[in-house]
Ligand binder design. Sequence first.
Ligand code: HEC
Ligand code: HEC
Ligand code: HEC
Ligand code: HEC
Ligand code: HEC
Ligand code: HEC
Ligand code: HEC
Ligand code: HEC
Ligand code: HEC
Length: 425
Amino acid sequence: MRLSTTVATLAIGLAATARAAAPAAHAAPAAPAAAAADTCLSCHATLSDERLRKPAELAKNDIHLTQGITCAGCHGGDPAAADRAAAMDPRKGFVGVPAPRAIPEMCGSCHSNAAYMLRYAPNIPTDQLAQYRTSKHGIALAKGSTDVAVCSSCHGAHGVRPPSDARSPVYPTQIVATCARCHADVALMNKYGIKGNEVAEYEKSVHYAALTQKNDLSAPTCKSCHGAHGATPPGVSSVANVCGTCHVSQLEKFDQSPHKDAFAAMDQPACEACHSNHAIVHPQDSWIGVGDKQVCAACHSAGDAGAKAAAAISGALASVVAAEATVGARVAHVKRAGMLMDPAEVKLQDAHQAYIMATVEIHTVTPTLVEKQTNAALADTVAADKDAAAAEREIRFRRTGLFISLAVIALAMVTLIFKIRSMER
Ligand code: HEC
Ligand code: HEC
Ligand code: HEC
Ligand code: HEC
Ligand code: HEC
Ligand code: HEC
Ligand code: HEC
Ligand code: HEC
Ligand code: HEC
């Protein structure tokens, strides 16, 4: 507590200094002038021990330096004193290397001080420390664990960059590795009754593939589902909401299903039952049913209402898949024969769209609702099939027409030859 008070006092003192110096800083935005006078920085930059020099080297990439905050901003001491002992004098608030337990308070002394942050960066929220205290990390830290993440485990202590910087350890494409430093350490995780396979499982998911292969920054990383500062498992009742922030339609359909109340009564997280939580893969029609490896089998068995619904749903989907395949092939065939098939192709696209809607509708597990979509899809394939049939008739007609005209030409030629011969004679 003594430390936090010291740092808080220091932060306020620093704020006052910065305010006094504000006009100068504005006149020279890069503001290296303040940094040059900083003895902590200049002395540490010359030290041969890498452990002591590195923080000074990283300072030039530190977001804090843009506001003139250097070493003393976090460590305290007197950045104007040239003498080592005077600069690093505990009586001037110098704290040396903070213990993990003290770090959230150190960072929070500025970051949860709304009045202070407002003066520098009004758009940065000031709730990190408050959230952190509610997280599994914060709770364990308060109980004395030194294994958990503190602010600097995720952001670094030196060379701190804004989260929007692609080199920041909390940037979407970097964050998995940041959490993995501890969460992929099975021995460490087992100490806390956690499997430690969460990262490996997540790396098998469509989400991870979208992030790393398609560079899709909208795909969820650890912090999208767990939160960053308030990191905690979502808990049974909120899993659906977490997934539903991105998969809105599926959540809406799930909420219409008999599963909504049934799962809640069973303490069964909504989407996880069929999709798992970390190793989420691309789902397929073949999942629906009560056979081996089919998702409904976890809770339903042959003959019950769920199994019957599954059979009806998978039958409806299968009929569309079959129709799309045969009609698609027929349309492609007449197209190769030279016919313009654009309208039929549009109908097939509509059919596929309705089929995709049906795969969303399966979340209601209500056959009549799924069939509404699959029937629409089938109607589109029937219409496309009619176009193909008409085109085939057209081809036959053209072939017959061609045959007749060829016959007429041949007849004319033969007559002509006879005529020429009779004239020659
Ligand atoms: C004239 C050189 C000099 C100045 C000025 C100086 N330091 Fe140091 N600092 C050192 C040396 C040498 C060490 C390692 C030996 C020691 O701990 O005294 C060190 C150690 C440290 C450590 C690590 C302590 C530990 O326990 O490992 C921190 C943190 C630190 N300095 C921060 C600061 C800050 C903040 C300032 C400015 C307020 C500052 N230093 C000013 C030379 C300097
Ligand atoms: C934003 C806050 C912050 C600033 C600014 C900061 N430090 Fe630190 N420093 C920390 C924290 C937190 C640690 C604890 C170790 C860790 O988590 O990496 C630390 C650790 C250290 C250590 C010990 C490193 C080790 O591996 O044992 C040294 C030396 C040090 N700081 C020096 C400096 C110097 C010199 C500066 C200025 C160039 C500076 N720090 C600026 C927060 C800061
Ligand atoms: C002396 C006050 C102070 C302390 C102590 C401090 N910060 Fe900061 N920090 C700031 C200010 C002011 C900014 C805004 C800089 C800007 O955007 O111009 C900032 C910005 C940041 C940002 C970038 C936020 C963004 O969205 O751009 C991160 C991340 C950050 N700090 C992390 C930390 C961590 C981690 C610690 C502790 C190791 C820490 N800070 C300690 C004052 C402080
Ligand atoms: C478990 C990892 C983790 C810990 C611990 C952590 N952060 Fe963060 N922090 C993040 C991530 C990830 C972001 C990116 C923004 C987001 O998604 O919330 C972030 C963003 C920030 C920002 C920028 C917020 C913004 O919206 O611009 C600040 C400031 C910050 N953290 C400060 C802190 C402070 C102070 C602490 C300690 C009390 C801390 N962080 C602890 C992971 C962490
Ligand atoms: C420095 C190591 C470290 C880092 C980095 C770290 N964690 Fe943790 N985390 C832990 C430890 C240790 C626990 C166990 C705490 C407990 O259960 O008391 C934990 C617990 C958790 C829990 C609670 C699990 C449960 O079942 O109780 C979640 C969720 C979590 N971390 C998410 C994250 C996320 C997301 C990140 C990255 C943004 C992250 N952690 C980064 C060490 C870390
Ligand atoms: C798509 C959402 C999602 C993503 C992404 C995600 N998780 Fe989870 N995670 C969950 C859900 C859901 C649970 C289970 C919560 C429950 O059942 O109450 C969970 C549980 C956990 C647990 C607790 C496990 C236990 O045995 O108690 C940890 C630790 C964890 N996740 C870490 C991570 C890490 C690290 C990452 C990144 C590699 C990550 N998660 C990515 C959704 C996600
Ligand atoms: C932050 C947004 C976000 C969150 C949260 C999220 N997802 Fe996703 N999800 C995506 C994105 C983006 C894709 C698309 C990946 C791609 O393009 O391959 C996706 C893909 C999927 C897919 C595969 C779709 C397909 O057609 O192959 C499934 C299944 C899925 N998510 C389920 C879940 C579940 C279950 C949860 C909660 C545990 C969840 N998602 C949480 C954004 C999210
Ligand atoms: C009862 C099992 C079950 C539950 C519960 C479930 N899903 Fe699905 N989900 C499936 C099946 C089966 C498919 C594959 C449909 C297909 O392609 O035929 C699927 C497909 C998906 C897809 C891929 C796109 C699509 O709709 O075809 C996403 C995204 C998705 N589910 C998200 C969710 C979310 C979010 C939740 C929770 C609100 C959830 N699912 C709950 C079984 C389930
Ligand atoms: C995690 C367990 C679980 C899974 C997985 C699951 N269900 Fe259910 N389902 C239930 C429970 C519990 C009920 C409500 C009690 C009951 O009627 O059996 C229910 C009810 C139903 C009902 C309503 C039954 C009625 O009597 O009106 C249908 C239909 C249904 N499920 C279909 C499915 C289909 C299709 C799947 C696979 C895509 C599936 N369920 C997967 C647990 C599950």
